[in-house]
Design a protein around this ligand. Structure first.
Ligand code: IMP
Length: 423
């Protein structure tokens, strides 16, 4: 399987980093293909906890070449904070390659993100305020600055000053917070010089790696239902986390990809605004948040909890051509008397098995649940499918049957080795 894509099948925070960490063992390259430092990937190795936002989590393995693909938007401040933190902890980042076509994030993108959110009043998207949307907007408007531009320091300095000045005029005119242009030019000229040695032609690098027989792992950030085209628009991110985005964001073609792993939690969470049919607004939801530690890695925000939703997961299979699922955090249900699995949406007297095209409908649908008894025991030490309590096995089989693809990896705890291969 030369190229594997890992994609979130829900609204993010499914535990992708843990699965990527596990799969990284067999891959020579781990490649981020979209998003930026709005992502938060946590890997727990023994007593050490690594929280990464931009650098592919494969960095934790010496044999992996980590790549930031052309589809990513790169905040250099975060990138170098991450590099410095990892290197202080003994992990070399020298082999990191950043695509020359990746767009860079600057303080005006964050200023615009904050200004747009403030202007939405009660109808906020709930962005991470990292400047992601404005950076992708600049890319689409063809005024963005790309990583490759840092290779020509004097041209970069001119472009930086021009853009910062123009953006400041526009920010002032819009009544937004203005920037200190000179300070930005000074700070980002230094960062650009630091970025230069990492910048490369990642398209050639990845195709050459494939030709040389390497296995590549393409790491999605955010998730299917935050996809700009297929998610719950406008409550989405500004990139394409779905597997098609993995081609666009790396320069690999669709026929290069053979395995596409969708990650789902045993339940669902979402951060920020937007419809959420299986949302739990009661004390069971509180229990999920407490036990599952459902607070954002990047913003610290409480995640909204709910039951697993097979209607969404069926749609994720279609949108991504998922070949399998990895189901994480099954252990969070260890003390639940009952668990529920949403298998359809009831609306206007009919039951939908497929995700509605009109997102507005999601606010009115009533989930159709199948209730399953809990297992009332700890899964912490389970490493073989046969050791799982019958109720947990039934839960996994029901999800597989309803979604229509096999579950291969099942997570039963936060640590690197807390998983089992179910099928
Ligand atoms: P943005 O990506 O910062 O523009 O935020 C847009 C939406 O995506 C908001 O609802 C965020 O909470 C959500 N979002 C962005 N990144 C992540 C993530 O890594 N996990 C979960 N939600 C995210």
């Amino acid at each position: 399987m030369p190229v594997t894509v890992v994609v979130g099948a829900q609204w993010g925070d499914e535990g992708k980093a843990k699965v990527i960490d596990l799969l990284s063992k067999e891959h020579g390259y781990v490649v981020r293909y979209q998003g930026g430092h709005n992502a938060g990937h946590t890997v727990v190795v023994g007593d050490e906890r690594y929280a990464l936002q931009l650098i592919p989590s494969g960095i934790l393995y010496d044999h992996v070449v980590p790549v930031i693909g052309n589809g990513v938007v790169v905040d250099m401040v975060t990138l170098f904070n991450e590099i410095d933190t990892l290197e202080r902890r003994g992990i070399s980042c020298a082999r990191l390659i950043v695509s020359s076509h990746a767009h860079l994030i600057f303080p005006w993108h964050q200023a615009w993100d904050a200004h747009a959110e403030a202007g939405r009043g009660d109808d906020k998207i709930g962005t991470t305020l990292k400047g992601i949307g404005p950076a992708y907007a600049d890319k689409a408007r063809r005024v963005g600055i790309r990583a490759g531009e840092v290779l020509d320091a004097s041209a970069f300095a001119i472009s930086l000053k021009d853009r910062a000045t123009a953006e400041n005029v526009a920010l002032a005119a819009a009544g937004a917070t203005v920037l200190d242009v000179d300070a930005i030019v000074e700070q980002f000229t230094v960062l650009a010089a630091r970025l230069a040695p990492y910048v490369g032609d990642t398209v050639s690098e990845l195709h050459d790696a494939l030709a040389a027989g390497h296995q590549l792992l393409l790491e999605g950030a955010q998730a299917t239902f935050l996809d700009l085209d297929h998610g719950t628009y406008p409550y989405v991110t500004s990139s394409n986390p779905t597997s098609g985005g993995a081609c666009v964001g790396t320069g690999l073609g669709p026929r290069d990809i053979d395995r596409i792993v969708g990650i789902t939690k045993a339940y669902t969470t979402r951060v920020g605004s937007g419809p959420f049919p299986t949302e739990l607004l009661d004390e069971l939801g509180e229990k999920l948040v407490d036990i599952g530690r459902e607070f954002g890695t990047v913003t610290g925000r409480r995640r909204r909890p709910g039951w697993i939703d097979c209607v969404m997961l069926r749609q994720a299979v279609r949108l991504n051509s998922l070949t399998e699922l990895a189901l994480t955090k099954l252990d969070v249900f260890d003390t639940f008397e009952q668990v529920r699995v949403c298998v359809g949406y009831r609306v206007g007297g009919t039951t939908l098995r497929h995700y509605p095209d009109r997102i507005e409908l999601l606010a009115d649908v009533e989930p159709v649940y199948i209730d399953m008894p809990g297992w009332n025991q700890s899964l912490a030490a389970v490493r073989e499918p046969g050791q799982l309590p019958a109720q947990a096995q039934d839960f996994l089989r029901l999800v597989e049957r309803e979604v229509g693809v096999p579950i291969r990896i099942v997570g039963v705890g936060a640590e690197r080795d807390d998983y089992l291969l179910w099928s």
